[in-house]
Design a protein around this ligand. Structure first.
Ligand code: ADP
Ligand code: ADP
Ligand code: ZN
Length: 217
């Protein structure tokens, strides 16, 4: 199974990605998680990426595409993968197409988690994340079992610097301008499935499973 998750920041991509990755035994590849790991380790990539991420801007395509080229070369991707947060521009989508063509593989679908703008701000300002394993929680909608600790690995949860109210609005504008065109891009290729992301977390997952179940047949 080779899948892309699309949707605005805060749509629930990371949350659903964890469950999809478990159920279908495919690696969850999140460019945002890769950048955050590099930022916390202060690597040259992390230092460069942080300048853009903190402002709510996209990291330049050249850097981002290189990361994906490398990651998809890893042998855990042989039987499939789930991309979360990549591609975010048409240029990145075209680069992905070239990479997959070279490997002789095709995408099964892109899944758009559709959530209107008015739902997003409360989701993002209440988000708490685990920098160790990438799990995402919400102080009201999906609280961890133990306050401030990750259910999966026990690490402390943090609020992302780019989840402030001002940065969220900038990120949503950038999504509309640069990432939204991917809906038509994949729609035109007949590679788009749409899920109602305003449902509760379990409801969204059930909708996704029914779509992926159809594709697997
Ligand atoms: P969210 O979960 O809010 O959608 P991510 O964790 O996917 O955010 O990404 C966090 C930030 O990392 C983005 O706002 C952007 O600055 C950067 N980033 C992640 N993926 C990409 C990408 N494919 N292209 C450019 N920048 C990216
Ligand atoms: P994304 O990766 O698309 O930016 P996340 O998966 O990190 O989004 O979810 C954003 C925030 O919204 C998190 O705090 C998460 O717990 C919460 N969330 C995710 N899905 C739902 C949902 N269906 N209903 C309510 N809150 C949700
Ligand atoms: Zn964790």
């Amino acid at each position: 199974m080779r899948i892309i998750l699309l949707g605005p920041p805060g749509a629930g991509k990371g949350t659903q990605a964890k469950s999809i990755s478990n159920k279908f035994s495919i690696p969850h590849i999140s460019t945002g998680d890769i950048f955050r790991k590099n930022i916390s380790e202060k690597t040259p990539l992390g230092i460069e990426a942080k300048k853009h991420i903190d402002k709510g801007h996209l990291v330049p395509d050249a850097l981002t595409i290189d990361i994906i080229v490398d990651r998809l070369d890893n042998e855990d991707c042989i039987n499939g993968f789930l991309l979360d947060g990549y591609p975010r521009t048409v240029n990145q989508a075209e680069a992905l197409e070239t990479i997959l063509e070279e490997k002789g593989i095709v995408l099964d679908t892109s899944l758009l988690i559709k959530v209107p703008r008015e739902f997003i701000l409360s989701r993002m300002t209440g988000r708490r994340v685990c920098l160790n394993c990438g799990a995402s929680y919400h102080i009201t909608f999906n609280p961890p079992e133990t306050d401030g600790k990750c259910n999966l690995c026990g690490s402390s949860l943090v609020q992302r610097a780019d989840d402030s109210e001002e940065t969220v609005s900038e990120r949503l504008d950038i999504y509309d301008a640069q990432t939204q065109p991917l809906i038509k891009y994949y729609g035109d290729k007949n590679l788009l499935s749409v899920v109602d992301g305003t449902q509760a977390i379990n409801g969204v997952f059930e909708s996704i499973c029914s779509i992926l179940g159809e594709i697997k047949k």
